[in-house]
Ligand binder design. Structure first.
Ligand SMILES: Nc1ncnc2c1ncn2[C@@H]1O[C@H](COP(=O)(O)OP(=O)(O)OP(=O)(O)O)[C@@H](O)[C@H]1O
Length: 594
């Protein structure tokens, strides 16, 4: 990590730093340890002391690197020592681009405050709130407001927030996911807010990428900020994908994607929790209907669902109430436009320039903290490299490890190549091999499930998909109001509704729940057994209890790194390198084919 100002150009070494060493209040460090968080991530190590010093800071760090605590902890600490009495407006505005993020930050702040037992109040404002509710939320006033820029500017326009009070009271302004704020169309709102932000107000800008939007916001809001950024930005795949995510691909026809997905899940070749990305809402329902016939319950998350339902689905998934979530990435339209542009320009663009596309494309899932996702599956490939990065950034968060598996049809191979070229050019073998063929799934294993999969897939017709989609939407809309009222009274109650209920009219046949012994080949059995043993060794019983993997521990025991599709030879010890396994697997496959 490096700073642009002051420019010392110094590379930070990876080290374990506890939060107390960063000058944090013991109440906050205790709160963190109650949450099981002991050491700071690199961005936290850098940003927290600077923010405590009162500097304006721009922090750019990759997905899942812990940017929220990087600003939230010092913000809270500063409020501990600030006297709130006599204030007529909030002390802190945290501005985020979406309702989901608003809820996420609000919950993080509330839970820290609860652990700290301090008398500070945090509220969230969202566009769907009637102005009366906004007025009520702002009465007091609260210490922190988490909001989209639009809601704050509505409050200003309707007199629920007095501009003179903002000038007197506001001491900190945070722009979270700053690179998205402008693309969500908040430029005018931001301008109208910034006009009332006092000069002495400390401003923080957090972002996963650098982009022209960040530059624009920097000029609009910050004063001589310290810029924290990865010193090696643009130099390697590690700038954008956390090191602890292993990336795999499976080449298969479009028609065989359901079959391969079934094999991955049913033969337990990937670890839970699993986030499956698709490019269309219909595809999400198709997968859900298909999987439920095999006894695999999942839920869908898409932009069509009412906000309350979406928040509830996220809460349930994060709480571990179900293991499989199928998310429709809503960046498709934008992504397509972008891809068209990219295609036109790609012949002229160098690979280095390609990397910068990350700044432009994003999805509904952008910035959302899906907890304990171990595996991300791209059932459909995203439209471009940026979508890929943000999708797989949903695993391997903070100090956890993760895996991504992309199902790539012949038509999508171009995108895979584009993604690979973004990571590094062909002459750097290590980098260009960052997405390797998935080693655990043999042809036999796939073929053993073909008959069942194709039979069930036939029943998942377009009409069945449309009916389920309409039915699900009707249910969610009906439930949405109930949920809203319920959450207000019982914010922690997650059991009101289950989002992975059966969609099919008929109960799934019981014989499809289990894969009979005779259908599973030995190699696959071995792979699945190793994964189960690994889970057991790590103390993972259900997804709810999956603790974060410690970096070193997770790596040495990771079966994807040590497993080879070859039957085990006597006397051979585990621990062979991943690359070796693939090579052995490849050689063996070639032999078989010849
Ligand atoms: N020091 C830490 N140790 C362990 N876990 C942490 C630490 N800091 C944050 N986390 C956890 O890591 C996850 C990711 O954090 P966060 O959402 O802040 O990442 P982010 O950098 O904002 O990612 P994105 O750019 O995708 O929004 C969260 O679940 C958070 O609770």
């Amino acid at each position: 990590m490096g700073r642009e100002n002051p420019s010392d150009g110094k590379e930070e070494e990876e080290e374990d730093v506890g939060f107390e060493e960063l000058g944090l209040d013991p109440r906050l460090t205790r709160a963190l340890s109650k949450k099981g968080i002991a050491k700071a991530t690199p961005i936290q190590r850098e940003a927290i002391p600077l923010i405590l010093e009162g500097k304006d800071v721009i922090a750019r760090a990759k997905t899942g690197s812990g940017k929220t605590f990087a600003y939230l902890l010092p913000v809270l600490q500063k409020l501990f020592s600030e006297s709130g009495s006599g204030k007529s407006a909030p002390s802190v505005f945290v501005l985020v681009p979406t309702r989901e993020l608003c809820q996420q930050v609000y919950l993080e702040a509330s839970s820290l405050l609860e652990f700290c037992r301090v008398q500070l109040r945090v509220v969230q404002l969202t566009a769907s709130m009637p102005i009366m509710d906004m007025r009520t939320a702002l009465s007091g006033p609260p210490d922190i407001v988490v909001s989209t820029p639009a809601s704050i500017s509505t409050c200003i326009a309707k007199g629920a927030l007095q501009t003179s009070s903002i000038k007197d009271s506001l001491s900190m302004l945070v722009l979270d996911e700053a690179d998205l704020l402008l693309s969500y169309g908040y430029e005018d709102d931001l301008k109208s807010i910034v006009a009332h932000v006092p000069r002495r107000c400390q401003c923080l800008l957090m972002s996963a990428t650098s982009s022209s939007a960040v530059e624009k916001l920097k000029k609009l809001v910050l004063h001589n900020p310290v810029i924290l950024t990865l010193s090696e930005v643009g130099q390697s795949k590690d700038d954008i994908i956390p090191k602890n995510v292993q990336q795999f691909s499976i080449l298969c026809s479009d028609r065989d994607k359901l079959l391969h997905l079934l094999a991955l899940l049913k033969l337990e070749l990937v670890q839970k929790k699993v986030l499956i990305f698709v490019n269309s809402i219909d595809n999400g329902f198709r997968i859900r209907l298909f999987l439920e016939q095999f006894g695999i319950r999942s839920s869908v998350l898409n932009a069509e669902l009412p906000q309350n339902s979406r928040l509830h689905i996220l809460e349930e998934f994060n709480a571990g109430l179900f293991d499989y979530l199928i998310a429709t990435d809503d960046s498709q339209r934008k992504g397509k436009e972008q891809t068209l542009k990219e295609n036109k320009m790609s012949s002229k663009k160098s690979k280095r320039q390609l990397r910068q596309k990350i700044d432009v494309e994003f999805g509904v899932v952008r910035g959302i903290d899906f907890k304990n996702v171990f595996t991300v599956i791209n059932f459909d490939m995203p439209q471009g490299p940026a979508g890929y990065v943000h999708r797989i950034g949903r695993t391997g968060r903070a100090f956890n490890t993760g895996v991504s598996v992309s199902l790539v049809s012949p038509a999508e191979e171009g995108i895979l190549e584009e993604v690979k070229s973004m990571f590094g050019d062909g002459d750097n073998e290590e980098l260009s091999n960052c997405i390797v063929p998935f080693p655990l799934l043999t042809k036999n294993a796939v073929e053993s499930l073909r008959y069942r999969a194709e039979d069930v897939a036939k029943g998942v017709t377009k009409i069945a998909v449309r009916e389920s989609r309409a039915q699900d939407l009707r249910n969610e809309i009906l439930n949405s109001e109930k949920l809203k009222a319920h959450f207000e009274d019982n914010p922690k109650d997650l059991d009101l509704l289950k989002h992975d209920k059966l969609l099919s009219k008929k109960a799934p046949p019981s014989h499809l729940r289990e894969v009979p012994e005779y259908l599973v080949d030995l190699t696959t059995k071995e792979a699945s057994k190793i994964l189960k043993l690994t889970r057991a060794a790590m103390g993972i019983k259900a997804s709810k209890k999956r603790p974060g993997f410690r970096r070193g521990l997770g790596r040495s025991r990771d079966p994807l790194k040590t497993f080879s599709a070859e039957p085990r030879r006597k006397g051979r010890k585990g621990g062979n390198k991943r690359k070796e396994s693939y090579d052995e697997g490849k050689k063996k496959k070639k032999k078989k084919e010849t």
